[in-house]
Structure formats: structure tokens, C-alpha cells
Ligand binder design. Structure first.
Ligand SMILES: Nc1ncnc2c1ncn2[C@@H]1O[C@H](COP(=O)(O)OP(=O)(O)O)[C@@H](O)[C@H]1O
Ligand SMILES: Nc1ccn([C@@H]2O[C@H](COP(=O)(O)OP(=O)(O)O)[C@@H](O)[C@H]2O)c(=O)n1
Length: 229
């Protein structure tokens, strides 16, 4: 039986790779004491499972089988796997994400998280590509976080180098462009801002400035006041 908690508040954060949506979502969830779900990790988990099985992430049947093999009880453990952060896994994620049956398989988990955030939290922040458009179209506040493709490639390059991964700027930029194209042009749930999303371009903002801008929008939109100062 669903529990009798009051309806949870939902903040939807979408945007392209390395726009800063994950950093912003984590910090928002901290500030508001909300639960956070990085939905990209779900697609990465499906991509990684196919790669580990020696399969092809573009094969719809293999991707669908891997998506249905993710179970809510074990998913939190799977999402903590550091292997999810590898660049080839990001690429595999964007290939499995094209498959409508994969998206369908992951939908219930995301909607349940939004409706019944873990830890008895009074709200949830979900970040991804289609949260404001498909997963939670009735979210209380929606943000679409962007930055120029060059700024995003610089950020991802720095992040990968800090983790000791040997990469060059041109390859990261090329990968980002490829993934942007695949995510924006796919037929199902393409990356695009919801009509009622607040557009936040972080190209020349640091993470603190992005958080301040987001908090001020969310507070004015939702009437939340206790964490807004
Ligand atoms: N506003 C910002 N300015 C500069 N770097 C940022 C900003 N927001 C996030 N970052 C850094 O950029 C990288 C990508 O950010 P992340 O939040 O993982 O993006 P996304 O979730 O959109 O892929 C991380 O290394 C993060 O620390
Ligand atoms: N809600 C979501 C989240 C991610 N994805 C897919 O999963 C891939 C990896 O997402 P991510 O958010 O982990 O990627 P980064 O922004 O961290 O690079 C994306 O390129 C999308 O193809 C999606 O289709 N829908």
C-alpha cells in the first residue's frame, strides 16, 4: 500500500552532458533536504551491463533485456559503481537510451522515486534529459541547464584528468558533440527544454552562482521559503 505522506515536491533538472546539472542537483537536494536521483546513472547502468556481457549497446534486444534486469531493490547498489563514470559507458548509455523499450523499463523507477522519495524526504530533485518533459511533466519547478559545448568539453576534460584518465580536448569535444546530436535527435524523449522550464546558461557562471540562480527561481516558483535565504 502506498504510504500516506503528503505529495512530495519535485524539481526537474534537464540539460546536455557536463552542463553542471548533476552538481547543481546534488547541491539543491542538500540545501532543500530533498532526495536526489541522477537518472543518467540508470542509462549508464544499462549500457555498462551490455558492455560487460560483451554485447552491443546499439542492439535493441540486448539493451532492453539489460534494462528489465535492473530491479528497484538492487538499483541503489548498481548506481554506486564507479565504473559508470567511464566515457565509453557514457557513450553506451546514449546508445541504449535511443531504444523506446529501455526508456519504458526505467520510467516506473524514476516516477516512484519522485512520488515517494527515499529517507522520508519531503521532495526530490531528478536530473537527466527528459525529466521535465516526460518523467515528471507536473514537476513543481523545471530548469534546463546549458553551457556552450566548448565550456562543457573543458569541464569534462578537467574532470577526467583529475581522475587520472589520459584524454585530449579534441576527443572530448567530439564525443560531446556526438552525444548532443544523438540525445537531441532521437525520436523518443529527445533532449529539449520543457515549455515551462527556466533556462540557466552556466557558461560563465561558477557552481555557486548557478546554485544561487536556481534557488531564486525555485523559491519564486514554488513559494518555498525556509531554505531560500
Ligand atoms: N557552473 C560550473 N562551472 C564550472 N564547472 C562546473 C560548473 N558546474 C559543474 N562544474 C564541473 O563540471 C563538470 C561536469 O559537471 P556535472 O555536474 O557532472 O555535469 P552534468 O551532470 O551536467 O554532466 C564537473 O567536474 C563539475 O565539477
Ligand atoms: N533522463 C535521461 C538521462 C540520461 N539519458 C541518457 O544517458 C546518457 C548519460 O547521461 P548522463 O546524465 O550520465 O551524462 P552526463 O551528462 O553526466 O555526461 C545521456 O547521454 C543520455 O543519452 C537519457 O536519455 N535520459
Amino acid at each position: 500500500m502506498p504510504d500516506a505522506r503528503p505529495t512530495a515536491m519535485v524539481i526537474a533538472i534537464d540539460g546536455p552532458a557536463a552542463s553542471g546539472k548533476g552538481t547543481l542537483s546534488r547541491r539543491l537536494a542538500d540545501r532543500l533536504h530533498f532526495a536526489h536521483l541522477d537518472t543518467g546513472s540508470l542509462y549508464r547502468a544499462v549500457g555498462l551491463a551490455v558492455l560487460r556481457a560483451g554485447g552491443n549497446p546499439s542492439d535493441a534486444a540486448q539493451a532492453t533485456e539489460a534494462a528489465y534486469a535492473l530491479h528497484p531493490e538492487t538499483t541503489p547498489l548498481v548506481l554506486a559503481d564507479p565504473a559508470l563514470r567511464a566515457d565509453e559507458v557514457a557513450s553506451a548509455a546514449s546508445q541504449v537510451a535511443i531504444v523506446p523499450a529501455v526508456r519504458e523499463a526505467l520510467l516506473a523507477f524514476q516516477r516512484d522515486f519522485a512520488a515517494y522519495p527515499p529517507g522520508n524526504a519531503r521532495g526530490a530533485v531528478l536530473d537527466g534529459r527528459d525529466i521535465g518533459t516526460i518523467v515528471c511533466p507536473d514537476a513543481d519547478a523545471k530548469l534546463f541547464v546549458t553551457a556552450s559545448v566548448e565550456a562543457r568539453a573543458e569541464r569534462r576534460l578537467k574532470e577526467l584528468r583529475e581522475r587520472g584518465v589520459p584524454v585530449i580536448y579534441a576527443a572530448v569535444l567530439e564525443d560531446m558533440r556526438e552525444r548532443d546530436a544523438r540525445d537531441s535527435q532521437r525520436a523518443v524523449a529527445p533532449l529539449k527544454p520543457a515549455a515551462d522550464a527556466f533556462l540557466l546558461d552556466t557558461s560563465s557562471m561558477n557552481a555557486d552562482q548557478a546554485l544561487d540562480a536556481a534557488i531564486s527561481f525555485i523559491c519564486s516558483k514554488t513559494g518555498l521559503s525556509d531554505h531560500c535565504a
